[in-house]
Design a protein around this ligand. Structure first.
Ligand code: SF4
Length: 410
């Protein structure tokens, strides 16, 4: 019932699966396959077979890992949200028909290319064309090339405008079952085809029938976007921000916190939007993430507006994983998250936010093998800072000082 097209135009079965492309002997993508073909690939049939046998497909590992930390994973939340007789009958059909499906999906996840205005430190060229351009420049640096090759293998391929294909849009529009559309990117507010598709849904009289769900970086909320949102009765928006002020600028470069704050307030004023924030817990914000969370708590209080928080954990690339940090630093970060959770009005009201912050705390305290990547973190940070004319200390001296205390010099 759910299907994803990732920014390079390949199909995927889920937005958090990894590796996330549907592959048999070749990758199913918009150029060579329809949604139907991809849903009935051997890969997908095998994934369904494994799930129904109670096995954990390797690409689904992340959800099961999160569940071990006590978090309600995407898997569990999706099962709860979509549990219905209709879905059970799809499952029955699939079991009886060699795990194939004939119904159109009800939930489409469309990631129309990698156009973005930011180059976040944990991001990849497949999700941001700015990261792509920077990566191509940095691959001339031998130390960067080594980190890149160990992390990703081959140099990245440029992503073309596959989303302009009429065949693709005919396929999308032929789908009569749609109940929900998820749009991210890249940055979806920069991608004109997203606006065109919203306009198409409105013209078809589907504003009350189709739920829209966005992940935005919060830097580009235009009047055109706000007006289109008003034509849909069910809208959820998650804003991705990883810190406040200089920390946000440093990680999600070159975003400006003041702009994000202003845009966030504009979104809060549209009362029917279900509004959330999805920070990515990573090496750089282990100590400073709580300042963003206090800001959100203050917003909920001041604007009498429900906000939910879902902390995502950066597992990959290794140098972005918060577990790379020395235990002493992670313990301080965990304590701060815990202190926030205990006094937060959002966490008192919303169990999912509470749960998400609790599992991020547990994650920081978990035992791990990741500290061995600290040299990679140091090297990556130095190279990127030199290239961007920045320094870790720009986001505040605390992390830099504590790293120094641990003989980790940036
Ligand atoms: S905003 Fe999103 S897509 Fe753009 S660089 Fe940051 S993480 Fe990547």
């Amino acid at each position: 019932m759910h299907q994803v097209v990732v920014p390079n135009g390949s199909y995927s079965h889920c937005c958090v699966s990894f590796p996330n492309h549907i592959m048999d002997d070749y990758v199913y993508c918009v150029e060579n396959a329809t949604f139907f073909d991809a849903r009935n690939s051997d890969y997908m049939k095998n994934t369904r077979r494994q799930m129904l046998k109670g096995e954990v497909p390797v690409q689904c590992r992340r959800c099961f890992d999160e569940e071990q930390l006590g978090k309600k994973s995407h898997r569990i939340r999706s099962n709860e949200a979509w549990d219905s007789a209709a879905v059970h009958s799809l499952v029955e059909y699939s079991i009886a028909n060699d795990f194939s499906v004939v119904e159109d999906p009800t939930y489409l996840d469309l990631r129309l290319g990698n156009r973005c205005n930011l180059k976040c430190r944990m991001c990849s060229p497949w999700n941001s064309d700015k990261v792509y351009d920077e990566t191509i420049e940095l691959l001339h640096d031998d130390s960067f090339k080594e980190i890149w090759t160990t992390t990703y293998g081959q140099p990245p391929q440029k992503i073309g405008p596959w989303y302009n294909s009429d065949k693709f849009w005919d396929d999308v529009k032929s789908n009569k079952n749609i109940k929900k559309i998820y749009m991210t990117g890249g940055e979806p507010t920069l991608i004109n085809k997203n606006y065109e598709y919203m306009e198409y849904l409105i013209e078809q009289g589907l504003g009350d029938k189709v739920e829209l769900f966005f992940n935005l970086n919060g830097t580009n909320i235009q009047g055109r976007f706000i007006e289109l949102l008003k034509a849909f009765s069910k809208v959820s928006i998650n804003v991705s921000a990883d810190g406040k002020d200089d920390l946000q600028h440093y990680i999600r470069y070159p975003s400006n916190w003041d702009v994000i704050e202003k845009n966030f307030i504009a979104l809060m004023k549209i009362k029917h939007i279900n509004l959330g924030v999805t920070p990515v817990l990573q090496t750089y914000n282990v100590l400073g993430l709580d300042r963003l969370l206090y800001f959100l708590d203050g917003c909920e209080n001041q604007y009498q507006r429900k906000i939910h928080i879902d902390i995502l954990i950066s597992y990959h690339p290794n140098y972005s994983n918060a577990l790379v940090m020395p235990e002493t630093i992670r313990k301080i970060g965990a304590e701060r998250l815990n202190t926030f959770r205990e006094q937060s009005i959002i966490c008192q009201r919303d169990q999912l936010s509470n749960n998400s912050i609790h599992s991020a705390t547990e994650f920081l305290l978990s035992t791990c093998e990741y500290e061995k990547y600290i040299e990679q973190f140091v090297s990556y940070t130095r190279i990127l800072d030199r290239h961007r004319n920045m320094h870790l200390i720009d986001m505040g001296p605390e992390l830099w000082n504590l790293l120094n205390d641990n003989n980790i010099i940036i």
